[in-house]
Design a protein around this ligand. Structure first.
Ligand SMILES: Nc1ncnc2c1ncn2[C@@H]1O[C@H](COP(=O)(O)OP(=O)(O)OP(=O)(O)O)[C@@H](O)[C@H]1O
Length: 273
């Protein structure tokens, strides 16, 4: 469990990126922070592993204030995946993935074995182990980034717009992979995006944020869709337009659901959840 208690971050230039933020993030679930650019999502994420220190309040992991932990050890114990993968260009794929295992004392051989195992986990052909990042596609680089984030077998995985820079088809593929991974690995994932569709696809819980990380709503995608907290949230999630606003249309073959443009999006079936 990750707990933000009255957390504020004021940068030295006076910018208040996060203003008195409270949230409890459950373990072994995917929690998504979604909001427009500059609302404070990255700052929130980085306060979990102390890449950014709060200027007020506390962040606690399983009841323990992160400020009381040694920052470097904390950072190595938490997986972090960022946009553009953040790979070291002069390290091979295997070396990039093995960075943390090497730093924490594994032998070169054991670290490489771990790297190859993780390539498998994230769906990368191990034949690419000795390539450099520039010899991979954007989607493959992101998979290496995810493998690197998982290398220390962390309980917590922080993901900062990890699929933001790839094309929509690769993005959808990576999203599906993450859902599969999460089913197998059972990590506490905190995921940042500005894309509501991505947030609703991946999140067990979604926090919709405004400037200063002001919490507009926190709940499951179903809860938010069924009962948006206010008009702003309703507009933000597109409840009144596009594909989330569905109408029933009768056809000779039975009722179907159509979106605002009249495109059929699904069928109505009896029973189920
Ligand atoms: N080191 C810094 N010094 C001063 N202001 C900063 C610093 N880092 C971030 N900010 C400001 O804090 C606010 C929140 O930034 P943050 O990166 O957390 O937002 P974000 O929601 O992740 O944005 P994006 O989606 O664009 O990445 C912004 O106004 C940003 O300009």
């Amino acid at each position: 469990m990750i707990e933000f208690r009255n957390v504020t971050k004021r940068f030295p230039d006076g910018t208040v990126a996060v203003d008195a933020f409270d949230l409890v993030i459950p373990s072994r679930k995917t929690t998504v922070f979604v909001g427009s650019s500059g609302c404070g999502k990255t700052t929130l994420l980085r306060m979990i592993n102390r890449m950014v220190e709060p200027t007020g309040g506390t962040v606690a992991i399983d009841g323990e204030d992160v400020a009381s932990k040694q920052a470097v050890a904390l950072r190595r114990s938490i997986g972090y995946v960022m946009q553009n993968s953040g790979l070291m260009p002069h390290f091979t794929v295997a070396e990039n993935i093995a960075t943390v295992p090497r730093l924490t004392g594994r032998t070169r051989r054991a670290a490489r074995a771990r790297a190859l195992e993780l390539m498998d986990v994230v769906g990368l052909d191990t034949a690419m182990a000795d390539r450099y990042p520039s010899q991979l596609s954007g989607g493959q680089q992101q998979r290496v980034g995810v493998a690197r984030g998982l290398a220390s077998d962390p309980n917590i995985l922080l993901m900062d717009e990890p699929f933001g820079a790839v094309d929509p088809i690769v993005r959808a593929e990576l999203q599906r992979e993450l859902i599969r991974l999460q089913r197998d690995l059972d990590k506490t994932v905190v995921f940042v995006t500005h894309d509501v569709d991505e947030a609703f696809l991946l999140g067990d819980q979604v926090a919709i944020l405004a400037k200063g990380a002001r919490r507009l709503q926190f709940g499951s995608p179903s809860e938010i869709t069924e009962q948006p907290a206010d008009d702003f949230v309703a507009a933000f999630i597109g409840a009144e337009r596009g594909k989330r606003a569905l109408r029933v249309k009768q056809t000779p073959h039975g009722p179907v659901l159509v979106d605002a443009e009249g495109r059929t999006q699904g069928v109505l079936v009896e029973g189920g959840a």
